[in-house]
Ligand binder design. Structure first.
Ligand SMILES: Nc1ncnc2c1ncn2[C@@H]1O[C@H](COP(=O)(O)OP(=O)(O)OP(=O)(O)O)[C@@H](O)[C@H]1O
Ligand SMILES: [Mg+2]
Length: 258
């Protein structure tokens, strides 16, 4: 069975997209699933957060066919592969504008890679995206089977969510994509504040898709781990943050969507 391609996306910045990308991938791979994470953000936070520094060969070079498909792929942990980002990706949007089928470049790259690396039998391909609604992000939505939306438990959390869902609809209608909404994961939840609770209730009222029961708390260990290039499983496996990601990974698998 071909892997599910899941884009982790929210037009808002700092909602925990990269944190979810790294740590959900880490727990799924520790549970024996084969995971490929593509860092599609010029900020390259997923790349550095996994301890990978300054790679000249990454997703930009693969998409622009400057390197062979194999050369961008790094095995970063057991069962866990990364295609890194580097700063060249920052120019990709402008460079792609005049290309034919410019929205399909990432999809073609992933499809070719999966054919070439068929023996790896990946279970999941995750794409970590920048917060902007750029051509890169459109490429990620077109390439994906499903979108997972990290929603930060704060006052303006729902801002932009309607627009994101509208974009998903437009991509489906206009770009021959089968994109489905996998659901939302609530991040940085602080159970001491009433505000978090209100945001949560509002999300339940207005978001007509699955919301993961496993909520990611605001946890200092989760914020610290990336600066050591470590996943939470490596950095603080007993922390509340780690336990939450373990539950999320199990819920993701039990969910039966796959
Ligand atoms: N559950 C959490 N608890 C505490 N800190 C967190 C948590 N999740 C993420 N952070 C921290 O909050 C900041 C934003 O998180 P992250 O980088 O994952 O968001 P993002 O959505 O990927 O941001 P961007 O839109 O810039 O790509 C980072 O400093 C990160 O370490
Ligand atoms: Mg990010």
């Amino acid at each position: 069975m071909p892997p599910k391609v899941i884009v982790i996306c929210n037009r808002k910045g700092g909602t925990g997209k990269t944190n979810v990308a790294i740590n959900l991938s880490a727990y799924l791979s520790s549970l024996g699933k084969k995971v490929l994470l593509i860092d599609l953000d010029p900020q390259a936070n997923a790349t550095s957060g996994l301890g990978v520094e300054n790679r000249l060969q990454g997703i930009y070079e693969m998409m622009s066919q400057q390197i062979s498909l194999n050369d961008g792929l790094i095995l970063v942990r057991k069962n866990f592969w990364l295609i890194p980002a580097n700063e060249n990706l920052a120019g990709a949007d402008i460079e792609m504008v005049d290309l034919p089928e410019r929205e399909f470049i990432l999809k073609k790259t992933i499809n070719n890679l999966l054919i070439k690396k068929a023996e790896e039998n990946f279970n999941y391909v995750f794409i970590d995206t920048p917060p902007s609604l750029s051509l890169l992000t459109i490429n990620s939505l077109v390439a994906a089977d499903q979108i997972l939306i990290p929603v930060q438990a704060e006052y303006y959390a729902l801002e932009g969510l309607g627009q994101l869902l509208e974009t998903v609809k437009l991509v489906k209608e206009n770009l021959k994509s089968n994109l489905d909404v996998l659901g939302a994961v609530i991040t940085m939840y602080d159970n001491r504040g009433r505000l978090s609770e209100e945001v949560w209730e509002e999300l339940y009222r207005h978001f007509p898709y699955y919301i993961f029961r496993s909520i990611i708390p605001r946890n200092i260990r989760l914020a610290e781990a990336p600066s050591y290039g470590k996943t939470i499983l490596e950095y603080a496996p007993q922390s509340k943050g780690a336990k939450a990601y373990e539950r999320l990974a199990k819920e993701f698998l039990i969910n039966g969507v796959f």
